[in-house]
Design a protein around this ligand. Structure first.
Ligand SMILES: [Zn+2]
Length: 77
């Protein structure tokens, strides 16, 4: 595992990695996805690395497919 450090863009201290669940609206479907991001303990601003952002995008796509699959069965693929 690589250790990544990120500092708050607003000039605060080092940010901490935080795992949360987020509700996002994607193509009209509400999805709950796991999110890992850096959060500033002082001002709460959130920032993600390129890897984290890519992982979030992937989670959204997977959750969307699952959700749509449940609704429409085999019609999509
Ligand atoms: Zn901050």
């Amino acid at each position: 595992m690589r250790e990544i450090r990120m500092h708050c863009p607003r000039g605060h201290k080092e940010m901490a990695v935080k795992r949360t669940e987020k509700n996002v609206l994607f193509r009209g479907v509400r999805l709950s996805i796991p999110v890992e991001q850096f959060v500033c303990p002082e001002c709460g601003v959130e920032a993600g690395t390129v890897e984290q952002t890519a992982a979030i995008q992937k989670s959204i796509t997977n959750a969307y497919r699952k959700s749509v699959g449940v609704l429409t069965g085999k019609e999509i693929f």
